[in-house]
Unconditional design. Structure first.
Length: 297
């Protein structure tokens, strides 16, 4: 099951208590139907939950009874009866005598809750959203430029700013930032899906932070190891040639501790002196040791 399907299944469980919002949701679905004209209305979906939702919306909003019919992989709700179509057109404020123009009747969407319901219906028919494991992306598709523009206006009314693009003959309204996608899903009635995206984003940020810290610590450890290896190689070269007496007396404790604790960082090694010395002081001593060893070469 895709994430889009999960989101739509969640949206199909939203209550239909308010008549105005039920009509608005049906309106959003109808404007994204396969066919929406004064001669025929046809709604198509592969999702059985969406088909049942559309059936309930038509019955509650317009008192139109229409059973989903299987057509290949899709379920279709089709109406050609003039009485049914006229009832829907009248409820939405359209003239049934002429071919419909794809524009919004804002009188049907007077309240903010109705705008959210309209967008829920539009998403059920023409929306997709990428899952938490993919790059953030949500889109609404239509083939009508005027409808895309008016739906952009609706989204702006909700404080959301979609981008527009064209894909073949289709116009897309889309979001690529996760915050807008989460807000959109929450507003249209899918807060669980929005929370899933939020949690995935937090987990990803935590994982990236941990990886950065591990990489940084690994790089530091490699740096310490390389420096220690060079120091020990220089020390052993002098010891093999002259023994401990080959070093000045003031460097012999540093030589002994470096050999005894080869993996210590400068800070750790500095604390092993009695009394402890500063990190810059130890760095100076080790530099003197490597310089002394190079002169011996």
């Amino acid at each position: 099951m895709t994430f889009s399907t999960e989101v739509k299944n969640e949206l199909c469980r939203v209550s239909m208590q308010r008549a105005c919002c039920t009509r608005a949701e049906a309106y959003g679905a109808l404007l994204h139907a396969s066919v929406f004209s004064h001669r025929e209305i046809r709604l198509s979906t592969e999702n059985a939950a969406v088909a049942r939702r559309l059936q309930a919306l038509l019955q509650r909003a317009f008192f139109v009874v229409c059973e989903p019919q299987k057509n290949s992989r899709k379920l279709q709700l089709s109406m050609t009866g003039s009485a049914q179509i006229a009832r829907i057109f009248d409820a939405l404020g359209y003239d049934h005598k002429s071919h419909i123009t794809y524009h919004l009747n804002r009188n049907v969407l007077e309240e903010e809750c109705c705008i959210a319901s309209f967008l829920r219906g539009a998403f059920l028919m023409a929306g997709t959203v990428a899952g938490p494991d993919k790059k953030s992306h949500l889109e609404l598709k239509t083939t009508h430029a005027s409808l895309a523009g008016e739906e952009t206006s609706l989204l702006l009314d909700l404080g959301l700013s979609p981008k527009q693009a064209r894909r073949g003959s289709a116009l897309l309204l889309y979001f690529k930032d996760s915050a807008s996608i989460e807000d959109f899903l929450t507003r249209i009635g899918a807060p669980r899906a929005a929370m899933g995206l939020m949690e995935a984003k937090v987990e990803k940020n935590i994982r990236n932070t941990i990886n950065r810290q591990v990489n940084c610590e690994t790089a530091n450890l490699m740096k310490v190891t390389d420096a220690s290896a060079r120091q020990i190689a220089a020390i052993r070269a002098v010891l093999d040639a002259h023994g401990e007496e080959g070093f000045p007396e003031n460097l012999r404790e540093t030589v002994r501790l470096r050999l005894e604790y080869p993996t210590d960082s400068l800070a750790e090694l500095a604390q092993r002196f009695d009394p402890p010395i500063s990190k810059p002081g130890l760095s100076h001593r080790l530099k003197k040791i490597t310089e002394f060893a190079s002169k011996e070469d």
